[in-house]
Write a protein that binds this ligand. Structure first.
Ligand SMILES: Nc1nc2c(ncn2[C@@H]2O[C@H](COP(=O)(O)OP(=O)(O)O)[C@@H](O)[C@H]2O)c(=O)[nH]1
Ligand SMILES: [Mg+2]
Length: 221
């Protein structure tokens, strides 16, 4: 069962350049259990970190006005199925639904990093089969506040992101709202760019995007 929840917020935000069109996005949150997917979604929507989250799979619907532009998005906070090794545990339905992905691992949990690696492959393989289908992905190494228990280095996260043309952030959903905001805004930017590219020839933003594919994106809080 997937529960649908509606939010309305008036968060302030940085400038989004480009067209005046309303941005509509379906964002799928993926990753192993216990890495902080629900914490990320709740932090983004409410600014709060509440510590414990229910195991109910939810789709949050929210709209926001950013620099005078209307944005609406759905965030699917998925549950990672147990005993699912091979295909990254992403259903066809989820792949069709989403036009952007946030893949979360914990920097203290190597197995969760391996799950993200498989999920990137699965998304890239699936989308490459469909002409014109783009799949913006942002990889998130969460629980940065637990650096003393780190088992996945920042370099490994960066390399995975570079080799698969994904955005990358290391954050702590527990400690700050700002990093979470950066993650979602990066993905919303990428989704908007992907939609613009599908509609017309690559303009300046398209060229910048191609350059970032070559030189990579790496951000930390
Ligand atoms: N220390 C720390 N704990 C976190 C962080 N994000 C989430 N958690 C905790 O990790 C556990 C799992 O979080 P949850 O969002 O339910 O993970 P999910 O199963 O991926 O949805 C909870 O106890 C959270 O309080 C973080 O950035 N740092
Ligand atoms: Mg959860």
């Amino acid at each position: 069962m997937v529960v649908q929840v509606k939010y309305n917020s008036n968060k302030s935000s940085r400038t989004m350049e480009g067209s005046n069109q309303k941005v509509e996005a379906n964002i799928l949150l993926l990753g192993a259990e216990n890495v902080g997917k629900s914490a990320l979604a709740v932090r983004f929507l409410t600014r709060r970190f509440i510590g414990e989250y229910s195991d109910i799979e939810s789709i949050y619907s929210s709209s926001d006005r950013i620099d005078g532009r209307e944005m609406s998005f759905n965030i699917w906070d998925s549950l990672h199925p147990q005993n699912c090794e091979m295909d990254g545990c992403i259903s066809d339905k989820q792949l069709q639904w989403a036009n952007g992905f946030i893949l979360v691992y914990s920097i203290c949990d190597r197995a969760s990093f391996n799950v993200v690696r498989r999920q990137v492959q699965r998304i890239r393989q699936c989308k490459s089969k469909h002409a014109g289908a783009t799949a913006p992905i942002v990889i998130v190494g969460n629980k940065r506040d637990l650096k003393h228990r780190r088992t996945v280095s920042s370099e490994e996260g960066t390399l995975l992101a570079l080799s698969s043309d994904c955005g990358f952030f290391e954050i702590s959903a527990a400690e700050t709202y700002h990093g979470v905001l950066l993650v979602f805004h990066e993905l919303l930017d990428l989704i908007r760019e992907a939609k613009a590219l599908r509609k017309g020839p690559a303009g300046f933003r398209g060229i910048v995007r191609s350059m970032s594919a070559v030189f990579g994106r790496r951000r930390t809080e």
